[in-house]
Ligand binder design. Structure first.
Ligand SMILES: C[S@@+](CC[C@H](N)C(=O)[O-])C[C@H]1O[C@@H](n2cnc3c(N)ncnc32)[C@H](O)[C@@H]1O
Length: 252
């Protein structure tokens, strides 16, 4: 059971969630070039606030979350709105790689600080993006721990520059980042503190990608190794997975 199950039903009644989403969506639109024919994924969609804002911008948006409560709220909202190109999916990206095909765009707001292995997540998200695809992450700049308070086991924000350097290790060629919102939050002493958020946008390197059907490795044409096999026409070079050595490697 996810801790977010308990807050799912009331999530959209909190005006601060709506205000934040609208501001982040506006910066997302300015920071990215997208098209109505594109397929998008919202990772950690919650109740799908950002996906509903962007509903007219994409041909399909898969709204993924690992909280059953959040996904049930999204299913109800889709049924009520008739926006059937918004597709709620119950899924944990930290433990599984989804079989959902490739996406042109992945966007996520206020989720990355809950992800334990962020490098693993950058790699996993890179694998399901098309070459040239866009990853947009809105999250907290480094903070002193007062955002969640005592007992939180996630990240106390991020330096987006470091996030970009990590992303480059997983096939992202370019990145930009900018401040996108000041999130007001009530503190235990009754005061209100503003937490700055950033919008980070990285582009997956264009080019030819290969996928190993045996071990699920994905990489660029330059990373693929070769083996020589005998054919009726004589020796021939064939692609070989650099991770497991399988010859079951296909171009994506
Ligand atoms: C702070 S909430 C933000 C929800 C939504 N993005 C919004 O801004 O309204 C974080 C969300 O990320 C989801 N989440 C956290 N880790 C996840 C994972 N590994 N896979 C899928 N969803 C995850 C949680 O269930 C929760 O709905």
């Amino acid at each position: 059971m996810s801790t977010f199950d308990a807050v799912a039903a009331d999530w959209d009644m909190q005006q601060r969630h709506i205000n934040r989403t609208k501001a982040i969506t506006e910066v997302f639109r300015k920071a990215t070039t997208t098209h109505k024919s594109m397929r998008a994924l919202e990772f950690g969609a919650g109740t799908g606030l950002m996906s509903f804002e962007l509903a007219a911008d994409f041909a399909e948006i898969v709204m993924m979350d690992n909280s059953k409560g959040m996904v049930e709220v999204m299913q109800k909202k889709v049924a009520e709105s008739g926006l059937n190109h918004l597709k709620p999916v119950l899924f944990d990206m930290e433990t599984h790689t989804p079989e959902l095909g490739l996406f042109d765009v992945i966007f996520t707001q206020m989720v990355f600080h809950h992800v334990h292995k962020t490098n693993h997540m950058l790699e996993a998200l890179g694998k399901i993006l098309k070459p040239g695809g866009i990853l947009a992450i809105a999250d907290l700049y480094p903070e002193d721990g007062s955002f969640h308070g005592y007992g939180f086991d996630g990240h106390l924000g991020f330096d987006p520059e470091k996030l970009g350097q990590e992303a480059q290790k997983f096939g992202f060629s370019q990145y930009t980042h900018q401040p996108c919102y000041e999130l007001p939050k009530a503190m235990p002493d009754g005061s209100t503190k503003n937490f700055p958020l950033f919008m980070f946008v990285a582009t997956k390197a264009a080019g030819v990608y290969y996928h190993c059907l045996s071990c699920d490795w994905t990489g660029t044409a330059e990373q693929v190794e070769f083996d020589v096999i005998e054919t009726c026409m004589g020796p021939d070079k064939t692609e070989m997975c650099p991770k497991c050595g399988s010859l079951d490697v296909r171009e994506r």
